[in-house]
Write a protein that binds this ligand. Structure first.
Ligand code: XMP
Length: 315
């Protein structure tokens, strides 16, 4: 049986013994990197600097949320707004794997700049066991490159600290809960963020559509769960398609883009089934999305495919 308290005490002790200089890490606000940040921070104090890179692709309110959370957890951190750089690098790119690669590379550049300025000797990573197992480390094929593995700053002359490397997700959640991290119950969110929920070119305008639609889907699903209309899905989100279709606004013909709603049940993300969401809940989402994004979105559809044959995300 995995004991979170024991693990926490031992890993903090080990890091105190081994890491004698400054350390830097990136935190996305996800459960893995936040748990890693708190653990290392408990060991090194302000010798750890945690960087949150605002790439302009995050969920609504995410940057403010992470800033507040890290402050409450007393983790020494800095928010870096690099959104202009990311959007510039993504101009004209539509291939999903290229998007991932560009976002990963851009992220490394921003991060390297910060690490150099801080003079870090150690690099902390929130890698967990499924990250390196799924990323084609052994006999597996890389289905999608996960940017937090293999996307490391190779040139950086630093030693790596990976406090969660041997843990599985449920163990990380136990550790997070024990550290008082509220993110421990959040749904998974992909590293490349909303860029892979905008099919086609990733522009500020398209990301804004994805951001609003994702916020509405999240609110409505969470509301439906609270009212006992559905069970909490494993993952639920919105995808913006480049496909335009004809609609009508008042008496006027409109020509807007399409939003896909996706909600899946899964245990580990390797396989998934779509959730049978009641039509009332779907309709509320559809009405709110088309009202909020008037003239830009005039069609909302629900994805009824399982994984396999599809994947959970659309890219
Ligand atoms: P797929 O779409 O492959 O996703 O069925 C399985 C799970 O992984 C998440 N995902 C990612 N996570 N970087 C990540 O950190 C990525 O590039 C990435 N792509 C997919 C996805 O949200 C789902 O939970």
């Amino acid at each position: 049986m995995f004991k979170a308290e024991k693990f926490i005490n031992e890993i903090i002790e080990e890091m105190r013994r081994k890491a004698d200089g400054k350390a830097i890490m990136a935190c996305s606000g996800g459960v893995d990197s936040t748990a890693a940040a708190v653990l290392v921070s408990r060991a090194l104090g302000d010798r750890l600097l945690t960087i949150y890179v605002d790439n302009g692709l995050m969920r609504k309110g995410e940057t403010e949320y992470v800033d507040r959370m890290l402050a409450e957890l007393k983790v020494n951190h800095k928010i870096v707004d690099a959104s202009d750089e990311f959007f510039e690098a993504l101009i004209g790119v539509i291939d999903p794997e290229k998007k991932r690669k560009i976002i990963g590379e851009r992220f490394i550049r921003v991060f390297e700049r910060e690490a150099k300025a801080f003079g870090a000797e150690y690099l902390v990573q929130g890698t967990i066991a499924p990250d390196w197992i799924e990323s084609g480390g052994g006999i597996r094929d890389t289905i999608k490159s996960h940017h937090n593995v293999g996307g490391l700053p190779e040139k950086m002359d630093v030693k790596i600290i990976e406090p969660l490397r041997d843990l599985y997700k449920d163990e990380v959640r136990k550790v997070a809960r024990s550290l008082g991290i509220e993110v421990s119950e959040r749904q998974p969110f992909p590293g490349p963020a909303l860029a892979i929920r905008v099919l086609g070119e990733v522009t500020r305008e398209a990301v804004e559509l994805a951001r609003e639609a994702n916020a509405i889907v999240e609110e409505e699903i969470q509301g439906a769960v609270q009212r006992n209309e559905i069970q909490m899905p494993w993952q639920y989100f919105a995808v913006v398609l480049p496909v335009k279709s004809v609609g009508v606004q008042g008496d006027v013909r409109a020509y807007g883009r399409t939003i896909v709603i996706r909600a899946v049940e899964s245990v580990d993300g390797m396989t998934a089934n779509y959730v049978r969401i009641p039509h009332d809940v779907l309709e509320r989402m559809s009405i709110r999305i088309t009202n909020t994004l008037k003239d830009r979105i005039n069609r909302v559809v629900y994805d009824i495919t399982n994984k396999p044959p599809s994947t959970i995300e659309w890219e």
